[in-house]
Design a protein around this ligand. Structure first.
Ligand code: AMP
Length: 281
């Protein structure tokens, strides 16, 4: 696996990979890699000839008081995992290569950024859209893969790619979970043993609520019950639990089309997100 830290170098490496007409799939990450990230790499290998992964803890998607400084950085272990997973090139740019001191451009996606994490993390999706647009222009991939774990983010990227005519196929990959159902996340490393045991209430509550809604329970009642379950399990706050249209992310009052139940909640100091499909039976 090649490693590039400079834009000139990554462009040269990508040109070389493409020289024989090969296709490229990009897997953007912030590192601290786990089996969820590696499932994106595995899927990427199925859709393209070469996989380029990026590791960049993107400062512009972290808000004031969020965990940018403490975000886990494990580059050496990440490199070994990507190499083993069959990644051809790792793009791990220097921060000043991504954001020169006088950078003054950002991308704001409307619609799908409204509500959910768009409300609880103001400016977050501007940072995500901007860095992903830059990654697309840096690598010019044929495909880019994103996890359904970050369902609203996936919707934001799809909308941006469509609206700005990026010639990139956006591919969503199902969430990889621990044996008890907790979605893998780099932030799970923040959880104490006790918090980790309690955190399973999040996927449990989503599963029970989805089943209740499919079974005909009123959406609002099912969501109130889910919040109660999370507080009972020891979650400190619930940023949101909402049923949204699976495609447009518009709020859903009654289940008529494929929907998605999305939640964000804090246990101790750790903010966890998760989501699950809810489809009319
Ligand atoms: P991150 O490093 O958290 O920015 O995540 C990089 C990519 O991995 C994003 O597209 C995430 O949605 C995806 N991802 C994170 N956790 C999981 C998971 N448990 N299963 C599948 N994809 C994931």
């Amino acid at each position: 696996m090649q490693l590039a830290r400079r834009l000139m170098a990554v462009r040269a490496a990508v040109r070389e990979l493409r020289a024989d007409g090969s296709t490229i799939a990009l897997v953007p990450t912030m590192g601290a890699l786990h089996a969820g990230h590696l499932s994106l790499v595995a899927r990427a290998r199925e859709v393209a000839d070469h996989v380029v992964a990026s590791i960049f803890v993107n400062p512009t998607q972290f808000g004031e008081g969020e965990d940018f400084d403490s975000y886990p950085r494990t580059e050496e272990a990440d490199r070994a995992k990507l190499e083993r997973a069959g990644c051809a090139l790792l793009w791990a740019p220097m921060p000043e290569e991504v954001y020169p001191a006088d950078h003054a451009t950002s991308i704001r996606v409307g619609g799908v950024t409204e509500g959910l994490c768009g409300d609880s993390r103001p400016g977050h999706f501007d940072g995500v859209a901007t860095v992903v647009a830059k990654l697309f222009n840096q690598i010019l991939p044929d495909y880019a893969l994103f996890g359904e774990k970050d369902y609203q983010q996936l919707a934001v990227i799809r909308r941006m790619a469509r609206d700005l005519d990026f010639q990139v196929g956006i591919i969503g990959v199902p969430t990889v979970r621990e044996a008890d159902g907790l979605a893998l996340s780099s932030r799970n490393a923040y959880l104490s043993e006790d918090e980790r045991a309690r955190a399973v209430a999040l996927p449990d509550a989503l599963g029970e609520t989805a089943a209740a809604i499919v079974g005909g329970a009123p959406v609002a009642d099912a969501i109130i019950a889910a919040k109660a379950k999370l507080f009972e399990a020891g979650f400190a706050t619930v940023d949101y639990i909402e049923l949204r249209d699976a495609e447009t992310l518009a709020p859903v009052g009654t289940l008529e089309r494929p929907a998605r139940l999305l939640a964000a909640a804090r246990i101790g100091k750790t903010r966890l997100i998760d989501n699950i499909a809810v489809e009319p039976g």
